[in-house]
Design a protein around this ligand. Structure first.
Ligand code: ADP
Ligand code: MG
Ligand code: MG
Length: 636
């Protein structure tokens, strides 16, 4: 997220009154952006990653690990370099939702030469080191998707207590002090989302049922009617937005290429979610899910009872199926249109305005659909804007539609082009793994564009995959809808119909089949070539220096092994660690002691002090380097 300008947040009541103002001007602003920039072309591939970190504090004498609420303090120092030298810093640092989180990106996006793949991991490593220099004794910057004991008693340093009856969060478990206090946006979102919804957000995660697991898992269901007895109940935005992820943004050469990338990467979102699964433990319990996705989705679900279909519509206009954090609802490229098989809600008036201003159906429906969400955060300084120049109202709604993919128009008056963001991945423990995932996905975009591959499947199938991807051990146990025929443009005669004209529901057909992550990534003889073999054949035709070649091959080998199940996903590694811990009581409980041992182990693996072939394979090293040698500047 861009640097946050400070300001004065409006109360929920004031914000609510201005919802249609934001909608009206946000749409106008998009129309103006579109008119100015629709013809923009000739941009080259640029791309960058975003990594979120948790500041962990180890209390060795007590054998406990906690989150350290020092993000504000650290960011003040980290941002100093950027303020002094905005164009030459190696890393950019941003606040995130929680007071124990920071986000880092490369100082400048990477460019379109293969040699850039060889600097990614080094940048990640140096980034981690730069921030780590500000750590206090026994603190560690960790790339954990979820902090296992988030919301357990005394999980923060300094100690803080939840305040169920007052403050912003009003959670049974998550203290206000754990929300990033350096900018009002975050607490404002917490409050407004709860107020708009009319009650606490509620997430019920099925507990992993072991031999001695106690049901009910705790007393939550006695206190809150939303809590289910056999689930781990979470009641605060922090349980979701306090998780960390790995994101990627790509610049396309023009708007049409951006639409293609947006669409083609969509079916890969669930696959990469299952692949990167890293968060099986929540609020001190092993759960039956491996990923953060639905938790974040629930943690910002601001839909009212009417919108959730629990009451007849009176004040609200729509029953809305998904939270504002979820998988995308529609494709944007002409090729994708036939696969838009779920109803797309929007205000007819908004859609009309967009259409009347020359915006085609697919884009108009996408933008109008984003605007079915009301603003949940508005600052008094930003109410009145010049729609010709400002884009804050558009960005207000765009940046609070947290979906698997994001279609990003160029910022006004900048050198940046049309971009798409790939948002499903969970963050991995080591820079090696994160760099491998990043390079894999960027290479896929090159393969898709060069070979004009077609991964499209009905959007309803992508939704189904997103749910399956989060199940325990999905990588090994689940099958996913995936397109078999990726070299043709053949599409179903009608939305939601498969190539044989039957309804695309459970049956496989020539076009789409059910595959494991292994089959998708490594291939299935006679049926599907596999993403890695496709990347390798693309790379065969490329001129690349020996070091970069070696690094890419190491990354691809690692991806292959993880996809095949030869090595663990982060989630299954964590599960195994817990269930094999000598003090685990087969009761799904991840005690302070187990948490401490787990985090110590993950820290040692990250620091290279402990080898861990079962997570990383035997050769998880690359030839990554800090800079690209001068001679290697040919574009791909
Ligand atoms: P967000 O929309 O998530 O707030 P940012 O605008 O902060 O994203 O940028 C996120 C990522 O985009 C970073 O990794 C950054 O390196 C990358 N990035 C910056 N400029 C470009 C560009 N012109 N093209 C592609 N990626 C870019
Ligand atoms: Mg982002
Ligand atoms: Mg972020």
């Amino acid at each position: 997220m861009g640097l946050l300008t400070e300001g004065t947040p409006l109360s929920w009541e004031e914000t609510k009154k201005l919802a249609s103002h934001v909608r009206e001007h946000g749409i106008k602003q998009f129309i103006n952006i579109y008119k100015k920039l629709k013809e923009r072309k000739g941009d080259v591939l640029k791309w960058g990653d975003e990594i979120e970190y948790i500041i962990v504090k180890f209390e060795h004498e007590k054998q406990e690990a906690k989150v350290s609420l020092r993000a504000v303090e650290m960011l003040e120092v980290l941002n100093e370099a950027e303020i002094q030298n905005p164009n030459t810093v190696k890393f950019l640092w941003r606040p995130e939702f929680a007071a124990y989180m920071i986000e880092g990106t490369p100082g400048k996006p990477y460019g379109g030469t293969l040699a850039h793949f060889n600097v990614v991991e080094s940048n990640m490593r140096n980034r981690r080191e730069e921030a780590s220099e500000l750590l206090k004794e026994n603190e560690c910057l960790m790339t954990l998707t979820s902090f296992p004991r988030l919301g357990c008693p005394n999980f923060t340093v300094p100690p803080s207590q939840p305040t169920p009856n007052e403050g912003g969060t009003k959670s049974l478990f998550f203290p206000d002090a754990a929300v990033f206090p350096g900018h009002p946006r975050f607490m404002n979102l917490v409050r407004n989302i709860r107020k708009r919804r009319g009650e606490h957000v509620a997430i019920n995660l099925p507990v992993f049922r072991d031999k001695n697991t106690k049901i009910p898992v705790d007393d939550s269901h006695r206190i809150r009617k939303a809590a289910l007895p056999d689930c781990v109940y979470l009641d605060a935005m922090g349980f979701g937005m306090g998780c960390c992820c790995l994101q990627l943004t790509f610049q396309a050469c023009n708007i049409d290429e951006a639409r293609i990338l947006y669409d083609q990467l969509t079916p890969l979102c669930p696959i990469m979610l299952a692949f990167s699964a890293a968060s099986p433990i929540h609020r001190g319990f092993l759960t039956d899910i491996d990923c953060r996705w639905n938790i974040i989705s629930g943690s910002v679900d601001c839909r009212t009872e009417e919108e959730r279909g629990l009451k007849p519509l009176k004040e609200n206009k729509f029953v809305i199926k998904k939270s504002r954090y979820d998988s995308i609802d529609s494709y944007l490229s002409p090729q994708g249109e036939k696969y838009n098989d779920i109803p797309i809600l929007y205000n007819e008036e908004d859609y009309r305005k967009l259409r009347d201003n020359g915006i085609d159906h697919l884009l108009a429906q996408h933008i109008a659909h984003l605007f079915i969400r009301d603003t949940v955060s508005l600052f008094s300084e930003k109410i009145n804007q010049n729609d010709e120049e400002d884009t804050d109202h558009f960005e207000n709604i765009q940046s609070t539609n947290w979906q698997t993919m994001r279609f990003k128009p160029p910022p006004p008056h900048s050198t940046i082009g049309w971009r798409v963001e790939f948002r499903p991945c969970e963050v991995q423990v080591t820079d090696f793994e994160n760099a491998a995932i990043v390079c894999f996905v960027v290479l896929l975009t090159r393969v898709i564009l060069s070979y004009q591959l077609n991964f499209l499947i009905p959007i309803s199938k992508v939704d189904e995959n997103i749910q399956n991807a989060q199940k325990r051990n999905a990588l090994k146990d689940q099958k996913f809808w995936f397109r078999k025929d990726i070299t043709t443009d053949v599409s179903p005669p009608e939305a939601n119909q498969c190539c044989k004209g039957t309804k695309c529901e459970t049956t496989e057909c020539d076009l789409i089949g059910l595959m494991t992550v292994n089959e998708i990534i490594n291939g299935k003889q006679g049926e599907f070539p596999g993403l890695i073999p496709l990347i390798n054949s693309y790379l065969n035709g490329m001129d690349v220096d020996a070091d970069t070649h070696c690094t890419i091959q190491q990354y691809l080998k690692f991806i292959q092994k993880r996809a095949s199940g030869e090595i663990h996903t982060t989630a299954s590694f964590i599960r195994d660690f817990v269930t094999n811990h000598p003090n685990y009581k087969q009761d799904s409980v991840v005690s302070d002691e187990i948490n401490y041992d787990l985090l110590t182990t993950l820290k040692d693996i990250e620091h290279g002090e402990k080898s861990c072939p079962e997570l990383l394979g035997y050769s998880a090293t690359s030839k990554t380097r800090e800079n690209i040698p001068h001679a290697l500047k040919n574009d791909f």
